[in-house]
Design a protein around this ligand. Structure first.
Ligand SMILES: Cc1cc2nc3c(=O)[nH]c(=O)nc-3n(C[C@H](O)[C@H](O)[C@H](O)COP(=O)(O)O)c2cc1C
Length: 169
């Protein structure tokens, strides 16, 4: 699969085949894709919590109002930022770095035949605080990515919009 094919095929998937599990090699492959993402001054200000425990998945779903898809998702990856690992010219860039890692996971999921949905956490303080205490984190939860075997097909779209572009030639 080419990068273009993965970009075109990626959609937010919110319905997964119940009872399917994701093998550890695939989970690690998603995490490796995340860690291949660029980061400010290569600080890699992130850590990842891979959750397959049904009761923890249900706790997140009960707490975060827009994570209903965790009902059928066998895996959630919580990307967490480590702001204290950045200083000087890299200071404060952790949200961008975590966002790049999130996108890598979404694209890798497509390649692996999986579906995924990015659920935002940071910068909503109430969500950050709640997930942080639920998972006993010292880092800053940035997003929750639900992952599973898609139980739905989402249409591919073309999104090129010339109105969004300024060419400086
Ligand atoms: C920062 C961010 C936060 C998001 N949060 C949620 C969320 O909490 N729940 C959800 O179902 N989808 C969430 N999404 C997915 C968007 O709704 C989705 O990407 C958008 O509607 C476009 O659809 P597509 O991903 O299928 O192209 C989020 C996406 C981003 C980038």
């Amino acid at each position: 699969m080419t990068v273009t094919e993965a970009l075109n095929a990626r959609r937010s998937i919110r319905k997964f085949v119940p009872g399917e599990t994701i093998p550890k090699e695939k989970i690690d492959s998603l995490l490796e894709a995340a860690m291949l993402a660029p980061s400010a001054c290569n600080t890699r200000p992130w850590e990842f919590i891979a959750i397959t425990n049904r009761s923890v998945l249900d706790q997140i779903r009960a707490f975060h109002p827009f994570t209903g898809m965790l009902e059928t998702a066998p895996l959630a990856i919580v990307i967490c930022g480590l702001p204290d690992s950045q200083s000087g010219i890299s200071e404060g860039f952790f949200p961008q770095d975590c966002g790049a890692a999130a996108m890598s996971i979404l694209l890798k999921a497509v390649e692996l035949g999986l579906g995924a949905c990015w659920c935002g956490v940071y910068p909503r303080e109430q969500l950050v605080d709640g997930i942080k205490s639920m998972l006993e984190l010292s880092s800053v939860p940035f997003c929750v990515i639900a992952v599973g075997v898609p139980d739905t097909t989402a249409r591919q779209r073309g999104f090129f919009d010339a109105k969004k572009v300024t060419y400086i030639e």
